[in-house]
Design a protein around this ligand. Structure first.
Ligand code: NDP
Ligand code: 2IT
Length: 446
């Protein structure tokens, strides 16, 4: 529920951004936590901090034309929403997926502001991408698209301005093609302009693993407050991309058993626990579907078009995309005895689903806290680039673990301070908002 005093602000956001349902959902989620904050901090209302933070500083939309391998011409739409730069240069990923539109980019950019604030590192919030569909495209086509995309984007980004990274459909390969084009246009080897780079050309060790690993570290912290560990727990991880794969790897290392994962075609049920090396081979090396994993692994079931959340588990990690876990799915998970949920994806649980988890009193880690390890390690990559240094895997992973423990503690304490102990949604929203709002007041009317 949104506090009565904030209803008018929310109505104005909906009026100003018609039809942008994902953006409405993301702002609503934050506003639902802020009633108590404005009561405690009258200065925020005086400075009109809520409507200011909900309005992006800059929104860029551009045409991306490119040619396929047969000479056919394609036109896509590119986006970069530079939402907030109070804490540092704009920072956030690029998503290439046919569903990308302004509403999705704005919801992601909005959440990124608070996520980045929670890391405690000097990064503002942004997001971008394109409705380009990389599925079935050759490597050459991907390169030509990335080059065309960067030919427009380059004028808007820079190590002190805006630093993109990956998200759905954008990984090390795409970052490479975009970095190459940026370097070619600007004649500058400006490593800090993009993160998620290959480790041979300015990338940081652990960045690739960081979102999935960090989500599991956050999950372990939540369980610790309840006297539990991951050891022996049965887990569901939706998706099988960057975040899912690395979450599965870390869960397995920490003694849990991941019994299912998925892609948009179907679900793999592997009661003995996913074989991470085989999944990596199928997904990362050969770029195939999870159905192929099921074919190669005896004793595994494949459910085409199936639903992952109906498989019984102790712990669930939605790591695919927004609104992939409904209120009904949440109720099924709770009824099946699930005790914790950590969101590796951004806004994967619907508003109704979140309420089901909170009402049931299970440990629920919202994306903007639980998956902040990716962008935090991006900030560590920027730090290494700025000092022309590179850190070891173990050192960087220990920094990541520490950051996730700190984010967990900040959320836990803030929830308690505002009378909602154990509610990480309230804790994350308030702690993130408060840091940004205070910085914006310090910087004057911006
Ligand atoms: P990838 O492109 O590597 O993987 C995405 C996975 O999710 C694939 O298995 C994909 O299946 C599935 N998926 C994507 N869209 C849909 C859809 N509309 N319906 C069903 N399944 C879908 O992306 P990432 O792993 O990087 O990102 C996953 C989530 O994590 C996203 O929400 C992203 O915003 C979030 N995130 C990512 C971070 C990062 O560092 N990469 C950081 C923080 C959050 P298929 O192949 O069939 O499309
Ligand atoms: O949603 C996210 O936090 C990301 N896609 C990572 C952003 C980044 O800049 O590393």
């Amino acid at each position: 529920m949104i506090d009565e005093k904030l209803e008018a602000i929310y109505a104005e956001i909906v009026r100003l951004n018609p039809g942008e349902v994902e953006f409405h959902q993301a702002t609503r989620d934050v506003l639902e936590s802020l009633g108590l904050v404005v009561a405690k901090h009258p200065e925020f209302a005086r400075h009109r901090m809520i409507p200011r933070i909900c309005e992006p500083e800059r929104q860029i939309i551009f045409r991306v034309t490119w040619q396929d391998d047969h000479g056919g011409v394609h036109i896509n739409r590119g986006y970069r929403v530079e939402f907030n730069s109070a804490l540092g240069p704009y920072k956030g990923g690029l998503r290439f997926h046919p569903s990308v539109n302004l509403s999705i980019v704005k919801f992601l950019g909005f959440e990124q502001i608070f996520k980045n604030a929670l890391t405690g590192l000097p990064i503002g919030g942004a997001k971008g991408g394109s409705n380009f569909d990389p599925k079935g495209r050759s490597d050459d086509e991907i390169m030509r698209f990335c080059q065309s995309f960067m030919t427009e984007l380059y004028r808007h980004v820079g190590e002190y301005t805006d630093v993109p990274a990956g998200d759905i459909g954008v990984g090390r390969r795409e970052i490479g093609y975009m970095f190459g084009q940026y370097k070619r246009i600007t004649n500058r080897y400006e490593s800090g302009v993009l993160t998620g780079k290959g480790v041979d050309w300015g990338g940081a060790l652990v960045r690739e693993e960081a979102t999935g690993y960090g989500t599991v570290f956050f999950l372990a912290e939540m369980l610790k407050t309840r006297g539990e560990t991951l050891d022996g727990k049965d887990c569901l991880v939706s998706g099988s991309g960057n975040v899912a794969l690395n979450a599965i790897e870390k869960l397995t290392q920490m003694g849990a058993r991941v019994v299912a994962c998925s892609d948009s075609d179907g679900v793999v049920h592997d009661p003995d626990g996913i074989d991470v090396a085989l999944l990596r081979q199928v997904k990362e090396v050969e770029r195939l579907r999870v159905s192929e994993y099921a074919q190669r692994r005896p004793g595994t079931g494949y459910i085409r078009g199936g639903q992952i959340w109906s498989i019984p588990c102790d712990v669930a990690l939605p790591c695919a995309t927004q609104n992939e876990l409904s209120g009904k799915d949440a109720a099924t998970l709770v009824a099946n005895g699930c005790i914790a949920v950590a969101e590796g994806a951004n806004m994967p649980t619907t508003g109704e689903g979140v309420r089901v988890f909170l009402d049931a009193g299970i440990a629920f880690g919202p994306g903007k806290a639980a998956n902040a390890g990716g962008v935090a390690t991006s900030a560590l990559e920027m730090q290494q680039n700025a000092s022309r240094d590179s850190w070891t895997f173990d050192y960087t992973e220990s920094r990541l673990a520490r950051i996730m423990a700190d984010i967990h503690e900040t959320c836990r304490q803030t929830a308690e301070e505002f009378g909602a102990p154990g509610n990480y949604v309230v804790g994350a929203n308030i702690a993130g908002f408060r840091r940004v709002a205070r910085a914006m007041i310090d910087l004057g009317l911006i």
